[in-house]
Design a protein around this ligand. Structure first.
Ligand code: PHE
Length: 341
């Protein structure tokens, strides 16, 4: 009896001093004292050795001990996982964990910059659907059925009769603008376009264009040149030179392609400009009278210019990205390089 009393006293002290910090410590305690092979059970088992006249006293002692052991567990139950914590043991002095910030896609950043330059000149922004009908993508743009120039742009057809297709150029957006607005019209139309091309470093089945359209009385080729020259100097710097080469587009007459002095070598010749000193950046021209007529705009009263350029191309020239596939591979190492531009 004496030794039992002493034993209980030692355990009581241990229980009183015990301050569990987490679920594991609490569980270890429960197993040690309250488990099926725990100390409480073990001491209860020793009752049989207590002489009969002391049994009553020993019973009270044991009950009190059992109660103490259980109360300790009860009062710390909130530490158990999944229980509703009354008190939290969050360490408020710990440094916070870093949140990874997302960034804009490089093409979107460049597109925003391109749009911003034209907005300064008074252009507004228009958009249109990526799935188009034949009329808005081809017919109204002076490309009637069987026109050979349709082969210039390998088209993805969604359905035939009626013809639904993935727009092959952002000119379809200017068609929608002319349909809904009367001159003066001054818009830029950025958007994703699709062409059925084998994917490689230099070609992709989808890419991004930005089209510009300006229609008013007395708009001339000189206005076109000055507008594009302003764009180039804003985008690539004041020392950039431009040149225009005659070209052909069904929706413009006359048509031209514009080159700028190479953004890598400045005109001395390098692999980017194939040692010519010049790189092509866009197509442009005066809106064809047939296109104006298609939208009930009188070509005797109004003239206009249009231009179209690839956002990937501008990004390549500005940041020397040499593989078109990088833009859509979602490689974070590539994308992160544009964080600060
Ligand atoms: N739509 C032409 C293309 O995708 C570009 C262009 C637009 C050319 C406007 C002239 C005028 O190739």
């Amino acid at each position: 009896m004496q030794s039992l009393q002493q034993q209980i006293k030692v355990y009581e002290e241990e229980i009183q001093a015990f301050q569990p910090q987490n679920a594991q410590e609490l569980e270890a305690y429960r197993i040690k004292f309250l488990g099926t092979k725990g100390i409480v059970k073990q001491i209860l088992g020793e009752m049989k050795n207590v002489p009969g006249d002391q049994k009553k006293e020993a019973g009270q002692l044991l009950n009190a001990f059992k109660q103490l052991a259980e109360e300790k567990w009860e009062s710390n139950k909130h530490l158990q996982e999944g229980s509703n914590k009354k008190e939290s043991n969050i360490d408020l002095s710990l440094p916070g964990s870093q949140v990874q910030m997302g960034t804009r896609h490089p093409l979107r950043m460049v597109e925003n910059k391109m749009v911003g330059i034209f907005e300064k000149l008074g252009f507004s922004v228009a958009s249109g659907p990526e799935i188009e009908d034949d009329w808005h993508n081809f017919g109204s743009m002076n490309l009637p059925e069987h026109h050979p120039a349709r082969d210039m742009q390998d088209t993805f057809y969604v359905s035939q009769n009626p013809d639904w297709l993935l727009r092959t150029h952002s000119s379809s957006i200017q068609a929608r603008v002319m349909e809904n607005e009367q001159p003066p019209i001054r818009v830029v139309c950025p958007g994703r376009v699709y062409r059925n091309e084998t994917i490689s470093a230099r070609a992709h089945c989808f890419f991004h264009q930005m089209e510009g359209l300006y229609i008013d009385k007395n708009v001339s080729f000189a206005d076109l040149k000055q507008t594009l020259y302003y764009f180039v100097t804003e985008m690539f710097g004041a020392n950039t030179k431009v040149r225009f080469r005659p070209s052909y587009f069904p929706f413009t007459e006359p048509s031209a392609e514009m080159d700028i002095s190479c953004t890598v070598c400045g005109g001395d010749g390098c692999s980017l400009c194939k040692h010519t000193g010049w790189v092509e950046i866009l197509g442009c021209g005066m809106v064809h009278p047939n296109v104006l007529r298609n939208f009930n705009i009188d070509p005797e009263v109004y003239t206009g210019f249009a231009f179209g350029m690839g956002v990937e191309r501008i990004t390549q020239l500005k940041y020397q990205v040499n593989d078109l596939r990088l833009y859509s591979q979602n490689d974070i190492r590539f994308l992160r390089q544009f964080e600060s531009i």
